[in-house]
Design a protein around this ligand. Structure first.
Ligand code: MG
Length: 173
């Protein structure tokens, strides 16, 4: 029998580099550096994608979208998230809520947290009060030139969830 709930965990890190825009949660933030990587380096969307894939026991983001494949060079990470969402739906689940913690020295996330939560909620088709986002500075862990994202997600069996059908229509604030 299919479990009524499933949880997923995702983790990712990317190094700050010059010459690329900083994208976190699909939002472009003003900063002197961006996050390097084969795609757009969106550390938060990557961790959310892995959390969703992990929750349903699907292959991880690196397996589905290998960095060695030139078609993902500079890719909008929303594409990876869409594939994970499609697989979650196919598996018969919808998203209950998502919580995340970012660890980065700069820029300050607080002033943009509402924007990021709203954008992530829209991408996920859930309301923004179902998206948690905290930001911490990397005290004593020596990762000042990286951004790290930790994400947990709760999935609910779609048939057991009242909001399964209209979830796509909801958008964040
Ligand atoms: Mg990544």
């Amino acid at each position: 029998m299919k479990p009524a709930h499933r949880i997923g965990f995702g983790w990712d890190s990317h190094e700050f580099v010059t010459g690329v825009p900083l994208k976190i949660g699909g939002v472009t933030l003003a900063h002197s550096k961006g996050l390097g990587g084969h795609s757009d380096g969106d550390v938060l969307l990557h961790a959310i994608t892995d959390a969703l894939l992990g929750a349903i026991g699907a292959p991880d983001i690196g397996t589905l979208f290998p960095p060695s494949d030139p078609q993902w060079k500079g890719a909008d990470s929303a594409v990876f998230l869409e594939e994970a969402l499609k697989r979650v739906k196919l598996a018969g689940y919808s998203i209950g809520n998502v919580d995340s913690s970012l660890i980065l020295l700069a820029p300050k996330i607080g002033p943009q947290a509402g924007n990021i939560r709203g954008h992530v909620a829209k991408l996920l088709g859930i309301s923004s009060d179902c998206v948690g986002l905290k930001a911490k500075t990397p005290e004593g862990i020596g990762t000042d030139n990286a951004a790290i994202a930790n994400v947990v997600v709760l999935l609910e069996q779609a048939s057991a969830s009242k909001k399964a059908a209209p979830a796509k229509k909801k958008s964040g604030s």
